[in-house]
Design a protein around this ligand. Structure first.
Ligand SMILES: O=C(O)C(=O)C[C@]1(C(=O)O)C=C[C@@H](O)C=C1
Length: 290
């Protein structure tokens, strides 16, 4: 990412060597990267202007949405997406070097819940009686293992965290499906676009839409508004409004600029139909190295 001004402060889900760190480092190689322990803390840091930007995971090809990110963006924060990026995810099983000959007798496994879920089949068939402990990130799990040389415990995470925390990788690529990618968002308080050197495809806009309650065919109307304008959707997902069962909001990615005449018209028409529509901004996808 080009950066002509002074160094920016970028929040990420830490500690160092998490998947989010690797994505952040690849996007902002010469900025100040600040680790936070949870996704909400990253989002709040940028909302409270303690940092310029935050990088958070949004969705994964195996496990789907990271609900905390979407829900926090809808219910708690007022931020814009200024770029997104796709990273290849390879999960490895790692132990303390003192335990490398005992790894088949592991007593507990730690990792981020999304990472554990990406390795569900492997863990189920190989370590069915071993407790799986959800931890704040894959790198936090690796750090925990490094701080407990006498315990026969393992972490699941990437090879950078094995290197950083001096662990032994005992099984490589334990994720259940080979095509494993996570999409990360770069969030800002300002609605702007980051200048990106290696971007892929056209601009994309993320919309959060709430339908009028109890109107039959409301979702069909929303889709029609986009369809007749030939606005291409690449994602649609519903999440609970948290107001009652059966009440949802929708997050949609539309392949168009929010300033295009067709998008402006669509947003006006959606509002006229009684929907509440919020644009999280127009941005480009950055390609990280495979
Ligand atoms: O735990 C990490 O290393 C993270 O950066 C979080 C996270 C996630 O929330 O999805 C990021 C990418 C992988 O999909 C697994 C975990």
């Amino acid at each position: 990412m080009k950066n002509d001004e002074a160094k920016q402060q970028i929040a990420y889900l830490g500690p160092e060597a998490s998947f989010t760190y690797l994505a952040t480092k690849s996007l902002f190689p010469s900025d100040d990267l600040l680790p936070f322990s949870t996704i909400p803390e990253c989002i709040e840091a940028v909302s409270e202007e303690k940092v310029n930007l935050a990088v958070v995971p949004l969705e994964n090809t195996i496990e789907g949405t990271v609900p905390l990110t979407i829900d926090y963006l809808y219910h708690e924060a007022n931020l814009f997406i200024v770029a997104d990026c796709l990273s290849k995810i390879q999960q490895h099983l790692m132990v303390h070097k003192n335990q490398k000959d005992n790894w088949e007798k592991i007593e507990e496994i730690y990792s981020h819940p999304h990472a554990l879920a990406q390795c569900h089949k492997y863990l189920y068939y190989r370590f069915s009686s071993v407790p799986l402990n959800r931890y704040s990130s894959t790198s936090a799990a690796a750090k925990l293992v490094s701080e407990n040389p006498d315990r026969c415990i393992a972490a699941i995470g990437n090879s950078s965290s094995a290197e950083k925390y001096d662990l032994e990788i005992v099984q490589r690529n334990v994720h259940d499906f080979q095509f494993n990618h996570t999409r990360f968002l770069v969030l800002s308080k300002k609605n702007m676009r980051l200048p990106i050197e290696k971007s892929e495809g056209n601009a994309k806009t993320t919309l959060m839409i709430t339908l009028p309650l109890n109107v039959s065919g409301a979702l069909h109307q929303v889709l029609s508004v986009l369809a007749w304008r030939k606005l291409d959707l690449s994602k649609i997902e519903s999440r609970p409004l948290k107001t009652g069962l059966g009440e949802y909001f929708f997050i949609m990615d539309v392949h168009a600029d929010e300033n295009d005449a067709m998008m402006k018209g669509a947003m006006e028409e959606l509002a006229a139909l009684g929907c509440s529509v919020k644009s999280l901004g127009t941005y480009y996808t950055y390609l990280t190295q495979e």
